[in-house]
Design a protein around this ligand. Structure first.
Ligand code: FES
Length: 158
């Protein structure tokens, strides 16, 4: 891990002014900001570990917990909410057997709810691995989950 962190820091010429991009690269490498990686960044750049944790908790782009290989974000903004989003949320939670904001134990899926994504006319919207799916329904959601390798029982498809 040491060599990989060093490589990231070298890319930014060990410049402490690039803490956010450095942490973004670390997160991309390990899928989250793990303690060991943060300790190494702290040591290499000589910045207090508390400063790194502050950034890690301040920016929503960072996660201090392991994330799933696939990320699903369901918009729960008002325009999407009135189009049956609560039912879709319940369905995703049931299929993945986690609550919104959690990651499956096999680290395959992270599911979150988000506020308005600014594309209300296309709502309800589900973002899967960065790809926007508009006019989403329970059936479409289950097709996406199946495509990503999740077993969805027939009675969960409607
Ligand atoms: S409320 Fe969902 S995109 Fe605006």
């Amino acid at each position: 891990m040491k060599a990989r962190i060093k490589k990231i820091i070298d890319k930014y010429h060990s410049n402490k002014g690039f803490l956010v991009p450095i942490l973004l690269d670390v997160q991309r490498e390990y899928n989250y900001l793990n303690r060991e990686a943060l300790n190494l960044v702290s040591a290499f750049l000589e910045v207090p570990i508390s400063q790194l944790y502050e950034l890690g908790t301040f920016y929503k782009a960072f996660s201090l917990e392991p994330r799933g290989r696939h990320e699903m974000k369901l918009c729960t903004g008002t325009a999407c909410h009135v189009r049956r989003v609560p039912l879709m949320k319940d369905n995703i939670e049931r299929v993945l057997q986690i609550q919104a904001g959690e990651t499956t134990p096999d680290l395959e899926f992270t599911f979150e709810t988000v506020n308005c994504l600014g594309a209300c006319a296309l709502g309800p919207i589900l973002v899967v691995d960065g790809e926007y799916h508009g006019n989403i329904s329970i059936s479409k959601t289950n097709k996406i989950l199946k495509k990503l390798g999740k077993k969805v029982k027939i009675d969960e498809e409607n």
